[in-house]
Design a protein around this ligand. Structure first.
Ligand code: PMP
Length: 543
């Protein structure tokens, strides 16, 4: 291991913990990075030394807390190249809140029918859902820049979409699934040519590359503390000063006002105008310490390191013919993450097996359901790296894939599970669809990516004649759906609607707690479908 990396790892004591009997291999950094001592020590210093509310006291503790908190804004502004200091840097709860702040301040106030917001097909739900809902409330349109098969934005399409009616362009700087680093400067120029404002979601960019909001010329730029070696509970929104001056506040309350009467109020200056109530004081100060830490390590080093790790992981993953990888191909710019699927193994199963070996990755849709639909996959497994990760850890991940399928096999055959689950996992019954079902019921577990559909034929006497299911769910959930499909044939809809703990009973409660949702989920879905069918509320009924 490079000696710099060994020294960096020493700053993160959590990296030497074990998970069960295994040494932790933390590859879930795109969700949350680990925090070095230099950052969490700030909490002890604050709470043991000068814990007080900011702005409103004239006693010593409040003064010390206020100075540190206000200076933290300057530090974060400096970190992303904002020369206006604190007046251009708002502390929020996270990137999501930063986006909502702009959505309320600009979107809801300034958009209307005929206007459009241009965004991309690779947005995180934090921005996609927000602009979608703003559009619904204002009558504006949302337009999506296409993502090509290499996970890159189609810039010609962007130029076609951005027009005179574009009021705002909201784009993600680095995709949290594809790892694509978008050409934000070029896109910003296109949007500015049409006088549109530009918002950039930098949640995955600020942690791993030097970002200069003025070079990009972004009007707004958002990121989160917990993805850049900082604490949870604090994020940032950069905004050009004149825009923040004229923008409506997002939250009302104390501290954000200048003068209040019973009839009306006036607003404080930015950033305080946007920080109503008691802000994340210790978190903000600790986030400034995270910026110091990253600058000490060197953001160029961080970027280089992440690129090396991503390319290495990509190289090893693409050598295998049982793995499908998403995003830019080997050798092309990509940030430190790789999302992939291993043939025949559901992401959940894979991540549960990896967890048993101490390897933390994430499986699911990573808050990008439409992107996964666009890629035509229900979910993916994402390994994401930070400066402290090593190629050895990536080798461990790859070794673990080698045995994953075998392990899954023996896992389901183990005593933790009932024989029936294993039998149905190996030989699923009634899979596929029915050609003209009486009704169908689709179910989607957004948190994990499980996705399935029951097709049901009901005979004239109200009993189930045929039942089939299509599933993209994990092995356990699919096995239970198969098991259910066999048992339900011949039952009346009333009986199905009243199933309560049927699967529990059949399996004698034998399954690990961790998989309880996967075991009971299919039963809940089919009960609900039967109830909806009886009361006529099943919108998807085919009559
Ligand atoms: N945007 C992107 C690209 C992200 O990766 C994330 C976090 N996964 C967010 C927005 C939302 O960040 P937060 O949960 O900190 O608000």
């Amino acid at each position: 291991m490079h000696e710099d990396i060994a020294a960096i790892r020493d700053d993160f004591p959590i990296l030497s913990r074990s998970v069960g009997d295994e040494q932790l291999v933390y590859l879930d950094n795109a969700a949350t990075t680990q925090t070095p001592e230099q950052v969490y020590d700030v909490f002890e210093e604050f709470y043991a030394g000068y814990n007080a509310n900011v702005h409103r006291g004239i006693h010593t503790l409040s003064h010390e807390a206020s100075v540190a908190y206000e200076e933290a804004h300057d530090r974060l502004a400096e970190f992303i190249g904002a020369s206006g200091g604190r007046e251009e840097l708002i502390f929020t709860k996270n990137t999501t809140e930063s986006i909502n702040l702009v959505a309320y301040g600009v979107g809801l106030n300034e958009l209307g029918p005929g206007d459009n917001v241009v965004t991309t097909e690779m947005e995180h739900h934090a921005s996609l859902v927000t602009w979608q809902q703003v559009a619904k409330r204002t009558g504006a349109d949302v337009r999506f820049i296409r993502v090509d098969d290499d996970g890159k934005l189609d810039l010609e399409h962007a130029a076609e979409l951005i027009d005179n009616d574009t009021q705002l362009m909201s784009i993600v700087h680095v995709s949290n699934v594809l790892g694509t680093v978008n050409p934000v400067e070029e896109l910003t120029e296109l949007a500015h040519e049409q006088d549109a404002l530009v918002f950039i979601d930098g949640a995955q960019a600020v942690p791993n590359r030097r970002v200069d909001v003025e070079e990009i010329d972004a009007d707004f730029y958002a990121f989160s503390g917990h993805k850049m070696a900082g604490p949870t509970g604090v994020g940032c929104l950069y905004g050009k000063h004149h825009l923040l001056e004229s923008m409506e506040p997002f939250l009302y309350g104390g501290e954000m006002i200048r003068h209040v009467t019973y009839e009306d109020s006036t607003w404080n200056r930015p950033p305080w105008k946007f920080e109503a109530g008691t802000p994340p004081i210790a978190e903000g100060i600790a986030l400034a310490a995270a910026a110091d830490y990253l600058d000490d390590v060197g953001m160029d080093f961080v970027e280089e390191r992440e690129n090396e790790l991503a390319q290495y992981a990509l190289e090893r993953l693409t050598e295998r013919d049982d793995v499908e990888v998403y995003g830019p191909p080997l050798g092309e710019a990509r940030s430190g993450l790789v999302a992939f699927n291993l043939d025949g193994v559901h992401g959940h199963d894979l991540s549960a097996l990896l967890d048993e070996r101490g390897i933390a990755v994430r499986a699911g849709d990573h808050c990008t359901q439409p992107l996964h639909d666009r890629l035509d996959i229900p979910g993916s497994v994402r390994a994401s790296f930070y400066v402290y990760n090593t190629t050895d850890e990536i080798d461990q991940l790859l070794d673990a894939l080698d045995v994953a399928r075998d392990e899954l096999d023996s896992h389901l055959a183990s005593e933790q599970y009932h024989d029936l689950v294993y039998e149905h996992y190996r030989n699923p019954q009634n899979t596929g669809g029915l050609s003209n079902p009486t009704f169908t019921k689709h179910s989607e577990e957004t948190s994990c990516g499980d996705d399935g559909e029951f097709h049901v034929d009901v005979a004239e006497d109200g009993t189930i004649e045929n039942i089939a299911f299509e599933s993209e769910s994990c092995a356990v959930s699919s096995a239970v759906a198969s098991m259910l499909s066999e048992r339900l044939e011949g039952m009346s809809l009333e009986e199905v609607a009243e199933l309560d703990g049927f699967v529990d009973e059949v399996l004698d409660g034998t399954y690990p707690d961790i998989r309880r949702d996967c075991v009971v989920g299919p039963e809940e879905v089919i009960c609900e479908a039967a109830r909806e069918q009886m009361d006529g509320s099943n919108g998807r009924a085919v009559l």
